[in-house]
Design a protein around this ligand. Sequence first.
Ligand SMILES: NC(=O)C1=CN([C@@H]2O[C@H](COP(=O)(O)OP(=O)(O)OC[C@H]3O[C@@H](n4cnc5c(N)ncnc54)[C@H](O)[C@@H]3O)[C@@H](O)[C@H]2O)C=CC1
Ligand SMILES: O=C([O-])CC(=O)C(=O)O
Length: 339
Amino acid sequence: MFRYVARSAAGKNLLRRGYATESAPDRKVAVLGAAGGIGQPLALLMKLNPLVSRLALYDIANTPGVAADVSHVNTRSEVTGYVGEDQLGQALEGCDVVIIPAGVPRKPGMTRDDLFNINAGIVKGLCAAIAKYCPNALVNMISNPVNSTVPIAAEVFKKAGTYDEKKLFGVTTLDVVRAKTFYAGKAKVNVADVNVPVVGGHAGITILPLFSQATPKANLPEDDIKALTKRTQDGGTEVVEAKAGKGSATLSMAYAGAIFADACLKGLNGVPNVVECSFVQSTVTELPFFASKVRLGKNGVEEVLGLGPLSDYEKEGLEKLKPELKASIEKGINFANQI
Ligand SMILES: NC(=O)C1=CN([C@@H]2O[C@H](COP(=O)(O)OP(=O)(O)OC[C@H]3O[C@@H](n4cnc5c(N)ncnc54)[C@H](O)[C@@H]3O)[C@@H](O)[C@H]2O)C=CC1
Ligand SMILES: O=C([O-])CC(=O)C(=O)O
């Protein structure tokens, strides 16, 4: 375990002095996979978040350097690096939010499901440790394929007797981030004003942006909506191809992961009306997990919001995505339950 807390000559803890946000409650956040492409910038962004008081950075390698580096940033949280399975329990103990970007990323030509064989086992192991060391934490699952890793996590928690459907989230915020950016460009509106819900799941056609509900309204022609939908669905592949074998989205994902974790922390702290899209246990459709708008509160999910009115094109997209999403969910459940 590596703890990096700046101390004055008198031994006073400098990182805990003089910040206006110190009245915010103590909140411990862990990043599992913190030395990776997403993990490093995400660690930095969480270090910048004044709602975090303790930041635990865990990976199977290279966390001491990342933790030392991030710990020098003069913000509220105390940073501790943990490396290797022996230190996973300490990293998790007392956590309010656990963010999981651990696992392998895609290379060109791969689907997210091609990552299943490696990442399913990684997620299963990490979730077993969460059940043991911080069963009440909100879990933000980034590792792909999210459509399967979230159901795996749910099964692991059920087996451990700790499952609370209000506390498990598949992070689909990057789909929303992309939909907002692409819509703003096409509609020529200020991107900061844009809202677009994205529902379904987090792979290919299971990603369903609801541009009919986008604000500010722009009345874009149907062809533009179709092109925006396709670009949002293929956003991850666009990055994978541009990186040409060096991985998938990391910087935009860290940004998206930081937005979602911040929303979770605000909900825990009692900030009213915090709403983000996320892949959660759901009764919005007949599928057991589904991404939609979710209101976050003191216990995690406060309310899973419905889809709202859909255009005919979106209704068609919704029916088309269901078989693939159902199969990915079942694949995760079956994996977690095999002996
Ligand atoms: N939900 C989403 O929107 C997105 C998800 N992803 C997914 O996030 C995952 C990570 O991507 P990158 O950071 O680019 O990969 P990366 O390979 O750069 O980093 C992954 C990190 O996980 C660590 N790791 C591996 N096994 C571990 C274990 N058992 N415990 C803790 N750490 C472990 C590795 O040591 C490495 O540092 C991938 O599965 C990728 O597909 C990526 C972008 C967007
Ligand atoms: O496409 C990938 O493999 C990574 C990812 O999930 C995304 O960027 O949306």
